[in-house]
Design a protein around this ligand. Structure first.
Ligand SMILES: Cc1ncc(C[n+]2csc(CCOP(=O)(O)OP(=O)(O)O)c2C)c(N)n1
Ligand code: SF4
Length: 293
């Protein structure tokens, strides 16, 4: 049986594997209580419920505690360099459009060193799912402020408090016209599972910010419990201006899908160009042949 995930055009032979079957032999060494455990469990559940064959799935990451993600998944994995997960994932998807490609990492990886890649992946609508585990701090390197850290945050690396205002990843993704924008909280595993499923079945660049507290360097569980709220039931996901308005609500961090739009993806656009300009005489062999003569 061939499975087509609507409105995605992913096609594969579905498999019936339990969430546990997607666990690799590598055990997470995250600190007990780290939010990333919740994200990983939801991820196993999501890919199990989507019936994705492990050999059809690639999980790529940059560097960070969250960057260890691919090692724990029974699928193809790539632990790349710090901040470079989006170019890596883009390359994988363009070389193999038939694969399901997921990029994962932290807020430092995404919005400090990797920030330059985000707008371009979003505007090109690369058909990948990007999961950012946002703990508002650098976990792996022991607690330096990140671009999502609150203003004035005092840590060893910022003893007088940070002097930079935080960026808002959701507002940013909406501004760059990412075609799927959502936010989850690791303490709400059922909701996170549904968000990951929706993101992976969306055809286009799917950005999911998952609030994922770092219990060791910045425990934000209570704070996130206080400030998060479900998306209003009547929110129209196709309304980007309304989504931006919700993202800008200062006192509340809404959880759920802010925005979703189906438009041509990078691989679809490239396939269109190739089809339009196909010249039988200009295959790789013909071009190479010219130089081999
Ligand atoms: C080029 C480069 N610069 C700096 C580092 C050091 N470094 C590794 S992970 C990291 C930040 C991790 O923070 P984040 O991406 O938020 O992930 P987390 O550990 O919190 O999950 C930094 C600065 C590196 N590995 N490579
Ligand atoms: S340092 Fe923080 S982010 Fe890293 S594993 Fe521990 S709790 Fe998680």
């Amino acid at each position: 049986m061939i499975s087509t995930l609507e409105p995605n055009t992913l096609i594969f032979e579905p498999v019936n594997l339990s969430p546990n079957d997607y666990k690799s032999d590598v055990h997470p060494i995250w600190c007990p209580g780290c939010g990333d455990f919740g994200v990983l469990s939801s991820f196993y559940k999501a890919i199990s419920e989507l019936h994705i064959p492990p050999e059809q799935l690639v999980v790529a990451s940059g560097i960070g505690c969250s960057g260890r993600f691919p090692a724990f998944v029974n699928a193809y994995g790539l632990h790349g360099t710090h901040g470079r997960v989006l170019p890596l994932a883009t390359g994988i998807k363009m070389a193999h459009p038939e694969l399901v490609v997921v990029a994962a990492g932290g807020d430092g990886d995404a919005f400090s060193i990797g920030m330059g890649h985000f707008p371009h992946a979003a505007r090109r609508n690369v058909d990948i799912t990007y999961i950012v585990m946002d703990n508002e701090i650098y976990g792996l390197t022991k607690g330096q402020p990140s671009p999502t850290s609150p203003y004035g945050m005092e840590r060893k690396a910022s003893p007088y408090g940070t002097v930079d205002s935080p960026i808002d990843p959701i507002q940013m993704a909406l501004a760059y016209n990412a075609s799927f924008v959502a936010r989850g909280f690791s303490s709400k595993p059922k909701e996170v599972t549904e968000l990951i499923k929706a993101a992976m079945t969306h055809k286009g660049f799917s950005f999911v910010q998952i609030l994922s507290p770092c219990v060791t360097f910045y425990d934000t569980y209570d704070h996130f419990k206080k400030v998060t709220a479900p998306m209003p039931a009547d929110h129209d996901k196709s309304d980007r201006a309304k989504a931006m308005q919700l993202a800008m609500t200062e006192e509340t961090m809404h959880l759920g899908i802010f925005y979703q739009q189906r438009r041509a993806t990078l691989d679809e656009a490239m396939a269109g160009i190739r089809a339009k300009n196909a010249k039988p005489d200009y295959g790789v062999e013909q071009i190479m042949g010219r130089y081999m003569r």
